[in-house]
Ligand binder design. Structure first.
Ligand SMILES: CC(C)(COP(=O)(O)OP(=O)(O)OC[C@H]1O[C@@H](n2cnc3c(N)ncnc32)[C@H](O)[C@@H]1OP(=O)(O)O)[C@@H](O)C(=O)NCCC(=O)NCCS
Length: 205
């Protein structure tokens, strides 16, 4: 049964697909709201462990899929219309989504996101051409397709697109789209270091 709860501010809401199936661990879910028309949707059987969502503007959306197990902080910044979308069955041990300038950070289904991560779709400040003053570092969406494993302490910057069945190696900095799936991306900047791979979730050690 869908349940909708009002959160502070003007026309902000938190919608649970079925609140009784959602588990809140430690501080569960905290929403700090500084805007209007913001919405958080939480799917069935989500486990929310210290999830913090900070809305700094209006018309933002955070979607948490069903059967997820997540620890994260999402900061939706001062320009409106940002989205953080997390697919069903995705897990995350910890990190932040910094989403601004009207962009979307979309994480697919069954992704395994480790800890110490930063997803950043805006640089927050401008780099401009010295003569024309044209902005050079425009904000861009981040897309992580289904079944992607992102190793600990990695940073995923604006414009990143990682295709299905791929892995990002520990402490990588990824900053561009990759058009091949089933690859290991590693290093600073992240480059393809292995092709034709897949990965499996069961914990080995
Ligand atoms: C992604 C990972 C699993 C790949 O392991 P792998 O398939 O055995 O890869 P290899 O160790 O054979 O590395 C392949 C090549 O890439 C290089 N490489 C691996 N990780 C790299 C990185 N982060 N940066 C730069 N180069 C890297 C290796 O040096 C090797 O180079 P070579 O071919 O010149 O010898 C592993 O690198 C990793 O990140 N492990 C940690 C995962 C993690 O964060 N777990 C937390 C729990 S979710």
């Amino acid at each position: 049964m869908f349940e909708e709860l009002k959160i502070t501010g003007d026309n902000n809401c938190l919608v649970f697909e079925d609140k009784d199936t959602v588990k809140f661990i430690n501080k569960g879910l905290t929403i700090n709201n500084n805007g209007k028309n913001n919405i958080v949707r939480v799917g069935k059987n989500a486990i929310l462990n210290n999830v913090i969502i900070n809305f700094g503007s209006d018309n933002n959306v955070v979607e948490i899929g069903s059967n997820t197990n997540l620890t994260f902080t999402a900061i939706l910044k001062i320009v409106p219309n940002n989205k953080v979308l997390i697919g069903n069955k995705t897990t995350m041990g910890g990190g932040s989504f910094i989403c601004g300038e009207g962009t979307t950070i979309k994480i697919g289904e069954d992704c395994m996101l480790a800890w110490g991560l930063e997803f950043r779709s805006t640089d927050s400040h401008a780099i401009v051409d010295r003569q024309t003053r044209e902005r050079l570092n425009k904000a861009k969406d981040i897309i992580i397709e289904d079944h992607v494993w992102i190793g600990a302490h990695s940073i995923i910057l604006k414009g990143t697109h990682i295709k299905k069945d791929s892995v990002v190696s520990i402490r990588s900095v990824v900053a561009k789209p990759f058009n091949e799936g089933g690859v290991v991306i590693g290093g600073v900047p992240g480059k393809i270091i292995k092709t034709n791979i897949d990965w499996e979730r069961p914990l080995l050690g």
